[in-house]
Ligand binder design. Structure first.
Ligand code: UDP
Length: 330
């Protein structure tokens, strides 16, 4: 029996595929390579290029493989882009997931781990955010992920399937031993943007707003190392394999770090000068997002190891330094 990973050529997906293979799981990846990279997929994984919005494509993969569980990453995942093009998010995320669940029903696959997001909370009233906090997404990205969580709930209830939804805070870093890392076509994430500036690949770093009601006026986020995130996915799979009921978990380092603090850490780690400017706020950005990950720690026995922002930036820096232009273009 094998594990299916949708979006397994993407940044987070490729780290989970790498871990699954190292743990001895037979792994099948589907990805349409709109944002993912073929070179990011572990060579021992079976790879099918295609779009999960195609029922024929999914049926052909699921007919040829014996899938026991699915990690569902395939989605568009940028807050800013979703504000400008919400319908694309409904199409790719909601329609893609609906199509996937139909195919899973057809092939009687009943375990799924879903890649959700802290963006489902929107501007939370109190921090750190617990899983039962009000769900008020401030962007179409968060809204589509929440719609999928609700769909999973009713799907699981009707079909007897079980799912775990993992709401990540800010994934960052790269596999410390190298080979895979973050490479987006139009990079919008803070840490890679800073490191590209440190490499001289962009002129400057813009701080999106320094007038937020936070300690230094810049947005506060909770950064989590992608290797710790991968470990949590494996634990979620084992939880389902052991018969665990459908559940939702936050995944974060439980520490709030401001944009300015990330920039200062990156300046220290890289020991390079880069220009920093203050820009207007980016729409859809909540002032603060910090997780309470107590539930994942107690129920999944998750113990994140690389929780300091310095370690996260160091591992991201070794990826960026060794791959200044990302994955080789084939
Ligand atoms: N940010 C910034 N400048 C950039 C990119 C991001 O100031 O060039 C800020 C952004 O406004 C947010 C934080 O950095 O407060 C993290 O943004 P990112 O896009 O990395 O992740 P998100 O929190 O949107 O998932």
């Amino acid at each position: 029996m094998a594990i299916l990973v949708t979006g397994g050529a993407g940044y987070i997906g490729s780290h989970i595929v790498d871990l699954l293979i190292r743990k001895g799981y037979e792994t099948v990846v589907v990805d349409h390579l709109a944002a993912g990279h073929r070179q990011a997929v572990h060579p021992k994984a079976a790879f099918y290029e295609g779009d999960i919005r195609s029922q024929d494509f999914l049926n052909s993969v699921l007919s040829g493989e014996r899938i026991e569980a699915v990690f569902h990453f395939a989605a568009s995942s940028l807050v800013g882009e979703s504000m400008k093009n919400p319908l694309h998010y409904y199409d790719n995320n909601v329609l893609g997931s609906l199509n996937l669940l139909k195919a899973l029903d057809t092939h009687k696959v009943k375990q799924l781990v879903f890649s959700s997001t802290a963006a489902v909370y929107g501007e939370a009233k109190s921090q750190p955010i617990q899983e039962d906090a009000p769900l008020k997404p401030a962007s179409p990205y968060g809204e589509t992920k929440l719609a999928i969580e609700r769909m999973l709930h009713w799907w699981a209830q009707a079909s007897g399937a079980r799912f775990v939804s993992l709401r990540y805070f800010n994934a960052a870093g790269a596999k410390a031993s190298g080979g895979i890392g973050e490479d987006h076509q139009n990079e919008t994430h803070l840490i890679p943007i800073i490191l590209q500036a440190a490499l001289g690949k962009r002129e400057s770093v813009s701080i999106f707003g320094d007038d937020y009601p936070t300690k230094d006026g810049t947005c506060i986020r909770d950064y989590i190392h992608v290797e710790d995130l991968a470990e949590a996915h494996l634990l979620a799979l084992r939880y389902l394999e052991a018969g665990g009921k459908s559940n939702v978990f936050n995944l974060g380092g439980s520490k709030g770090i401001s944009v300015k603090e990330v920039i200062e850490t990156a300046a220290e780690v890289t020991n390079r000068w880069f220009k920093v400017t203050i820009a207007p706020r980016r729409s859809g950005d909540p002032a603060e997002l910090v997780a309470s990950s107590e539930k994942a720690r107690s129920l999944l026995n998750w113990q994140p190891k690389k929780t300091s922002i310095r370690q996260i930036v160091e591992d991201a820096w070794s990826w960026h330094r060794s791959h200044p232009d990302g994955y080789p273009k084939s």
